[in-house]
Design a protein around this ligand. Structure first.
Ligand SMILES: Cc1cc2nc3c(=O)[nH]c(=O)nc-3n(C[C@H](O)[C@H](O)[C@H](O)COP(=O)(O)OP(=O)(O)OC[C@H]3O[C@@H](n4cnc5c(N)ncnc54)[C@H](O)[C@@H]3O)c2cc1C
Length: 401
């Protein structure tokens, strides 16, 4: 096998797209990623390159100027990109989720207004559910929208927006009481608003402030921010799908495809960690031979490669299930859970193989070691994935006695 994580049954078009992306990653991302990450610098040149490749419109239908590709193609591209630098996959991920939500749930006018410019990468998307007081428990959202004539007035504070500063369209989930009387189930009284804004920090639209970048341990380069709404006025035609009370379902649908994407990121980071580990193990000598010739290290490499293969297979399976039009929450939850846990383990093994040098910022594995933990949290923690998986298993295997 030339390399791990091959995917059987791809079309010529898919293979061509992937080979172009892999080439871009090898030439334009890997050589500069660690330097940019250490400086926490936004990778503008890489983003421009992705724009030229059409990656911002990969899954947007052709009628709106995109490439109309499948979730599988998208996930395999994300895997390649994360192999180069996880932060770059973060830049396209929230964009992809917002475009997906618009494609699935937007009104015709909303699709025509946003999707062509999103496909070109001229409008870039962020999505916002989390608040300072909640992440897993989306039903506890406190931000509110109140109807005022043809507009809604939004108030509240949001937290952890990936691409919060660089985006110009944010899908924001808030509670909207209009038409949903007191006592309505929390998930039936939430609405997604399509909030257009200027990229940047400070007051980016009257009533909307993006205070600044959150300083993170890893996943640098891509901006992660808070968002403060203080009397933010949004026209009624910017309610996603034109109907209030459906926001929770819109977001869960978006997050479901997002989970395949996070699994793909885990696969890509783990592959890179394996490449670094297997390379270093053949160069470093101890006790008279390359450390790769010590059985303990070979066993580590065997475990790492097996995990890379297993995670890739589950991720591909989850993407294919969604592409076939079937519900894939069980498969996406399993793939996200397994790929992120395995990613953390493979990265740690590659770090150990590097000995003391793994602790030096000169070595790429140091960056991967700080990036992998984000995958354990984003798009739902391991515990939340297990809750989803467990619930679905009990549905599928209902006791008949
Ligand atoms: C770098 C980064 C980028 C992010 N980007 C975005 C973004 O773009 N948009 C967005 O909306 N959010 C984003 N998030 C937020 C992310 O989705 C949340 O951090 C995540 O969902 C977990 O929520 P929390 O941090 O509030 O943890 P909590 O929900 O407070 O959970 C804390 C701990 O308790 C556990 N736990 C919670 N409930 C249960 C339960 N019922 N049973 C067992 N254990 C439980 C959790 O698994 C976790 O271990 C981002 C986060 C990070 C770190």
């Amino acid at each position: 096998m030339a390399r791990l994580a091959q995917t059987a049954g791809l079309t010529d078009v898919q293979q061509e797209i992937l080979s172009t992306v892999r080439d871009f990653v090898d030439k334009e991302i890997i050589p500069v990623a660690t330097g940019l990450e250490h400086r926490d610098e936004y990778p503008q040149q890489i983003v421009d390159g992705l724009k030229d490749l059409g990656l911002f419109g990969l899954m947007i239908p052709e009628e709106y100027g995109g490439l109309g590709e499948s979730l599988l193609t998208y996930a395999l591209c994300v895997e390649e990109i994360a192999r180069g630098w996880m932060s770059v996959s973060g830049i396209i991920n929230t964009h992809f989720i917002v475009a997906y939500m618009l494609k699935q749930h937007g009104t015709q006018e909303q699709k025509e207004h946003f999707l062509p410019r999103m496909a070109a990468g001229d409008i870039r998307g962020a999505f916002s559910m989390s608040e300072p007081g909640l992440g897993s428990d989306v039903s506890a959202i406190t931000s509110k929208a109140v109807k005022d004539g043809d507009e809604y007035v939004l108030n509240g504070q949001k937290m952890w927006l990936t691409n919060g500063g660089t985006s110009s369209l944010v899908a924001v989930l808030v509670r909207s009481d209009e038409g949903h009387p007191e006592g309505t189930a929390p998930h039936k009284s939430m609405t997604t608003f399509l909030v257009e804004k200027e990229p940047g920090f400070g007051e980016v639209r009257p009533g909307l402030t993006i205070p600044g970048k959150i300083d993170k341990m890893g996943y640098k380069g891509v901006d992660t921010t808070e968002l403060i709404m203080d009397g933010l006025r949004i026209p009624a035609d910017r309610v996603l799908g034109g109907v209030t009370g459906r926001g929770f379902y819109h977001m869960m649908d978006g997050v479901e495809v997002g989970r395949v994407n996070v699994a793909a990121r885990g696969c890509g980071v783990a592959q890179r960690a394996f490449e670094l580990g297997v390379g270093y193990a053949q160069q470093r000598h101890t006790f008279g031979k390359p450390i790769a010739q010590h059985q303990a290290i070979q066993f580590k490499l065997a475990e790492m490669a097996t995990k890379v293969e297993a995670a890739h297979a589950m991720m591909v399976n989850a993407a294919r299930k969604k592409d076939s039009g079937e519900r894939n929450d069980l498969e996406a939850g399993m793939a996200k859970y397994l790929a992120s846990e395995y990613c953390k383990e493979v990265v740690e093994d590659a770090f150990r193989i590097h000995g003391g040098y793994g602790f030096s910022k000169e070595y790429e594995i140091e960056r991967l070691y700080r990036e992998a933990p984000m995958l354990l949290i984003g798009e739902g923690t391991a515990e939340i994935q297990k809750m989803i998986i467990g619930r679905r298993l009990l549905e599928e295997y209902r006791f008949q006695g």
